[in-house]
Design a protein around this ligand. Structure first.
Ligand code: TRH
Length: 391
């Protein structure tokens, strides 16, 4: 890497769908800039998805500066680059193909940039054997390295900002902070005093089934659902079939209130997770944030062909919840992975009852899990340390 000069880094992000791809890249980009003083350029092909989690994004800008990061709209694979336009560290997220002209220019650089492929998160054991493996380019004098996030110290760890734990602690030890935050989202005092659940999942989650159980709960429950999530079940519960459920809409039946929230910026999403008693999360980034929140959570994993995701789900549950059959069974049911159970025969009352009964123990275990994860360091620092060793 260049000496005596700010290290530069280019991060290429293709949004496959939803918000996780850009969610992860944006988090990583900000952290590298703010905590490590790296000059980061984030190349992203979908500014609209980006804007949903970061309202400052302007849609018609080819290049813009946000929070110290240079954001470039990555519109095509064309383009000729000179060696002096190439960053010291180049990261492709999820094996997205970076522009051939960029790769050609990388080969012209002296020294060559460090080239990393940042992979998706999985708890499967094989990751430890593949983390940091090298892959020489078939034609050019370049080597790409695989970098895997993960749950053990033989992986790259998880994204974690240095101030997050302190912010969380401050929030949790100041009840007024939660009251103010939830109040801004429109919650009434009664909703704040109830069991609060946040719900972020993919469309196929059996949400109506759980709504039916929660309505019959002995104690009040408030379910907070971001706009655009669990659309059918929320519409049905609100009694507005065919209309779009908007932030601020709320309805109560039996013990359950369902309240639609706006899709909040990333830092507020952390607060939501901290403020709730149980979080339903999905994909990768919200899943990781739930673990840093240290509150019980249920994961809706991103679906893959041939139910490959069930293997990943089980690998994670084995690490996180081996002692809690209630978490395992409800998680499997939530993800359509309960062996031998047709969806309509699942006893949601029993699954929820078991989880509720275990909740105090699950809370303590989740806190222990959070502290255990902290021991692996944070992904950004681990990534930079590795880049140093191969530069
Ligand atoms: O949105 P996701 O489903 O994203 C992804 C993508 O589908 C991707 O292709 C796939 O590879 C990956 O999942 C596994 O779920 P995820 O990862 O949790 O990302 C959501 C992001 O949105 C995360 O950064 C948190 C953020 N968010 C907010 O900022 N505000 C909100 O109100 C909510 C609900 C989420």
């Amino acid at each position: 890497m260049k000496q005596n000069q700010t290290t530069s880094l280019a991060l290429f992000c293709k949004v496959v769908d939803n918000y996780g791809d850009i969610g992860i890249c944006w988090r990583l980009a900000r952290q590298l800039e703010q905590e490590h003083g790296i000059a980061v350029t984030l190349w992203v092909d979908d500014l609209l998805s980006f804007q949903r989690i970061c309202p400052q994004v302007e849609l018609d800008c080819l290049t813009q500066q946000i929070a110290g990061v240079t954001v470039r709209h990555w519109r095509d694979q064309d383009g000729v680059f000179a060696a002096n336009q190439i960053a010291d560290i180049v990261i492709e997220f999820f094996a997205c193909d970076i522009p051939p002209g960029y790769i050609a220019a990388m080969a012209e650089c002296t020294p060559r940039p460090v080239w990393l492929n940042l992979e998706g998160l999985t708890a499967e054991q094989w990751v430890e054997g593949c983390h940091t493996l090298s892959s020489p380019h078939p034609r050019l004098p370049l080597t790409k390295y695989f970098f895997f996030p993960g749950f053990t110290n033989k992986t790259g760890g998880l994204l974690l900002e240095s101030s997050l734990q302190q912010q969380r602690q401050a929030f949790l030890s100041d009840p007024a902070a939660a009251t103010q935050f939830l109040g801004q989202l429109g919650l009434t005092q009664a909703e704040m005093d109830s069991l609060k659940l946040s719900l972020f999942c993919y469309p196929q989650a059996p949400v109506s089934e759980l709504f039916a159980v929660w309505q019959r709960s002995a104690t009040p429950i408030t379910c907070l659902v971001p706009e655009g999530v669990a659309v059918d079940a929320v519409q049905e519960f609100l009694g507005i079939s065919g209309q779009i459920a908007k932030a601020g809409m709320v309805a109560s039946r039996g013990a359950l209130s369902v309240r639609v929230l706006p899709f909040v910026p990333q830092p507020d999403y952390d607060k939501l997770l901290w403020a709730c008693d149980l979080n339903f999360v999905r994909g990768e980034d919200s899943f990781v944030r739930a673990q840093w929140a240290g509150k019980p959570f249920i994961w809706h994993i991103y679906p893959q062909d041939e139910n490959l995701h069930h293997v990943k789900l089980k690998a994670f549950l084995q690490r996180y919840a081996a002692d809690f059959d209630s978490v395992i069974q409800l998680s499997l049911g939530w993800n359509g992975a309960l062996n031998g159970s047709a969806e309509e025969t699942i006893d949601w009352v029993a699954l929820w009852g078991a989880l509720s009964a275990d909740m105090p123990k699950i809370s303590s275990a989740t806190e222990v899990w959070r502290r255990h994860l902290l021991e692996n360091g944070d992904l950004s620092s681990n990534l930079l340390k590795f880049a140093d060793t191969v530069s």
